[in-house]
Design a protein around this ligand. Structure first.
Ligand code: GUN
Length: 286
């Protein structure tokens, strides 16, 4: 039976640490770390995420400001708002919720965010810094996975790490972070041949393909650590589920994250961490 990696508990522990650090920061500086969250349009899932981000800020004592823009907002209007936030001293982090409506060029919008305030770590400047291992911010989901592994006592050095998924937001940065910790990293994707065979090499398997319960026991080596980044609806009953077939894999893994309650709660926690880092960096008198 696998040890359950409890993301809810680990996230709560990190948030308590951030809250304590924030109290000290406020005493020393006289202001709170500030996060601006911009949402364009009315995508219901995005609205839930954004609400949770504000709630998390409140929980740790940050200042958060929401900007809810109409679905037909023009690129010029959104760029003007970002420019204003780039120059707003009460705002240390800027997050533009994705996906954006089709008429807006996501790449252009993300490029407009001041890299010092880019708490998603989506700006090419920050992506480049991750590539060379000299970064201030990490993208929230892979950073959350690393924190889960670290706080669960999973050593990475010398381990076979298999990441399934190669998105810019999760798979690619995840591979770099495992490599930085001296893992032997393989990245798999939709064109990978013999996927199950490659996955069975893994001491640490990170599943991030967005297919409900895709990975059953035939993809997992006995004793592997299995991290499930998936956040899907199960077609049969519409319930939340991961990319891993938990019932099949749990008996053979040594440790596993559940969905919900695994990687999910860590993501916003890492956003808080990035926002705190941004506030510290911008406040530094150097
Ligand atoms: N939409 C889904 N996940 C994310 C995220 O981590 N950041 C932003 N900005 N948008 C998202």
């Amino acid at each position: 039976m696998a040890k359950l990696i409890n993301g809810k508990e680990i996230a709560a522990e990190i948030r308590r640490e951030i809250k304590a650090d924030t109290e000290k920061f406020k005493e020393e500086n006289g202001y709170a770390p500030g996060l601006a969250v911009v949402i364009v349009g009315e995508d219901p899932a995005s609205q839930v995420y954004v609400r949770n981000k504000h709630r998390a800020c409140e929980e740790v004592g940050f200042y958060s400001k929401g900007f809810e823009l109409a679905a037909d907002t023009t690129e010029a209007e959104l760029l003007a708002l970002i420019d204003k936030l780039n120059h707003d001293e009460s705002i240390h982090g800027i997050l533009v919720q994705l996906p954006l409506p089709k008429h807006l060029d996501e790449e252009k919008i993300l490029l407009a965010i001041d890299p010092k305030k880019d708490v998603d770590a989506f700006h090419p400047y920050n992506v480049g810094r991750i590539m060379i291992g000299n970064y201030d911010f990490l993208p929230c989901t892979p950073a959350g996975v690393m924190a889960l592994l670290e706080r669960s006592g999973v050593a990475i050095e010398g381990k076979e790490c298999v990441v399934v998924g190669r998105s810019n937001i999760v798979g690619k940065p995840q591979a770099l972070l495992l490599l930085e910790k001296n893992g032997t990293v393989t990245v798999c994707h939709s064109r990978t041949k013999n996927l199950a065979e490659v996955c069975r090499r893994a001491d640490i398997l990170v599943a991030a393909i967005g297919k409900p319960e895709f990975f059953d026991a035939s993809y997992v080596k006995e004793g592997a650590v299995v991290i499930d980044v998936g956040m899907n609806r199960r077609p049969a009953d519409g319930k939340l589920c991961g990319d891993v077939d938990f019932a099949s894999v749990e008996p053979i893994a040594s440790a596993i994250t559940p969905v919900p309650g695994g990687v999910g709660p860590m993501t916003i926690t890492m956003l808080l961490k990035n926002t705190f880092t941004a506030a510290k960096k911008q406040g530094a008198k150097v």
